[in-house]
Design a protein around this ligand. Structure first.
Ligand SMILES: NC(=O)c1ccc[n+]([C@@H]2O[C@H](COP(=O)([O-])OP(=O)(O)OC[C@H]3O[C@@H](n4cnc5c(N)ncnc54)[C@H](O)[C@@H]3O)[C@@H](O)[C@H]2O)c1
Length: 339
């Protein structure tokens, strides 16, 4: 039997690289399409080295119809769609770029898939679609009320995929609402490589630990949480990567549209995360308390039971493991893929 072939858009990015490793390990052929706007070709070389297999790489933009029709000349059985802009603050300043890339890019992808009768897609959504949750943990039937343009792009694409599935009985889509991915592949060869000062807590901590940044600012210690700092659901990126393979397999066995949280169901505060990282790395993380950031929320964690029921997926790795793996990546690559 020939291996199934998967197109991974945005495959050179943080979550894409880890997912490509898992896809190759599961026996899929992988075609990666990336414009390298937030990543580098070196990331794909590392994936190939870890997997001991080749990735077919196409450099280009999902919005470029000529590139897309070239990509789909080869047989593609399913698509995992990561390509997007992802910085919440930037999305407030540059909404048109975000709608154009994230929503426009998905429409161009679905058009190209239609031409070649490719009927399965797994989409990177985000817990950001929930906005400020009414209750915790958050299940998939909670209200979708994004509070920034980035979150709106994710909610819009989810809606587009529901309509796309309603239009044809053969269509299958899974929107995965990720909580907070952290950590790296255990080899330390691939990991998160932010080009600017990191927006997210975990890469900020690892950059402080490696001496690239002086100290961490904790945004608020007066939130209504166990220790006053923000609480999130941190998920090992390898668990998340495995979740994509499971979701893709689901689209091979089912039609219609599913929307599923990928999280651990565990709540961790900023101070708890700092302590876990210090224990895993043996490094002290100096921090100061700053004001709350506008747009931040007190707490957000998943009810992950639908993922278990529908996909048979469950997060397996601990925060401690994620800290150890993320630290290994940062230590061996202090300047990311430019190291
Ligand atoms: N990292 C997170 O915390 C998080 C949380 C929830 C959802 N997501 C979503 O998961 C997906 C992947 O996130 P990530 O953290 O790996 O981000 P990333 O920026 O590391 O990866 C995105 C990749 O897409 C590429 N890309 C962007 N626009 C493109 C375009 N128009 N054409 C081709 N390639 C393009 C970038 O070069 C990059 O390699 C994104 O859709 C993001 O919104 C991420």
């Amino acid at each position: 039997m020939t291996a199934k072939s998967v197109l991974v858009t945005g495959g050179a990015g943080y979550i894409g690289t880890h997912t490509m490793v898992e896809l190759l390990a599961s026996g899929y052929d992988v075609v990666c399409l990336d414009n390298f706007s937030n990543s580098s070709p070196e990331a794909i070389k590392r994936v190939e080295k870890i997997a001991g297999k080749r990735v077919t790489t196409v450099i280009g933009d999902v919005r470029d119809r000529e590139v897309m029709s070239r990509v789909f000349k080869r047989p593609i059985d399913g698509v995992i769609h990561f390509a997007a802009l992802k910085a919440v603050g930037e999305s407030v300043a540059r909404p048109v770029d975000y709608y154009g890339n994230n929503v426009g890019g998905t429409l161009a992808l679905l058009d190209a898939m239609h031409e070649r009768k490719v009927q399965r897609v797994v989409f990177s959504s985000s817990a950001t679609v929930y906005g400020i949750p009414d209750k915790l943990p958050i299940a998939e039937d909670a209200a979708v009320r994004p509070v920034n343009p980035y979150g709106h792009t994710k909610a819009m694409v989810e809606q587009i995929l529901r309509d796309w599935c309603d239009a044809r009985a053969e269509h299958a889509a899974v929107s995965l609402r990720y909580f907070n991915p952290i950590g790296a592949h255990p080899s330390g060869a691939i990991g998160e490589d932010p080009h600017d000062v990191p927006n997210n807590l975990f890469p900020f901590i690892t950059q402080v630990a490696v001496g690239k940044l002086d100290k961490l600012t904790v945004w608020g210690n007066d939130w209504p949480t166990l220790d006053g700092t923000g609480v999130r659901d941190y998920l090992h990126v390898m668990d998340l990567a495995r979740g994509h393979v499971t979701a893709l397999e689901y689209t091979f066995a089912h039609t219609g549209c599913a929307t599923v949280n990928l999280g651990t169901g565990r709540a961790t505060s900023v101070l708890q995360m700092i302590a876990a990282f210090e224990a895993a790395s043996g490094k002290k993380i100096p921090y100061v308390i700053g004001p709350r950031r506008t747009g931040d929320i007190a707490a957000c964690w998943a009810n992950p039971s639908l993922a278990q029921q529908l996909l048979g997926w469950q997060a397996k790795q601990s925060i401690e493991q994620a800290c150890a793996d993320g630290w290994r990546w940062q230590q061996s690559n202090p300047n990311g893929y430019r190291s």
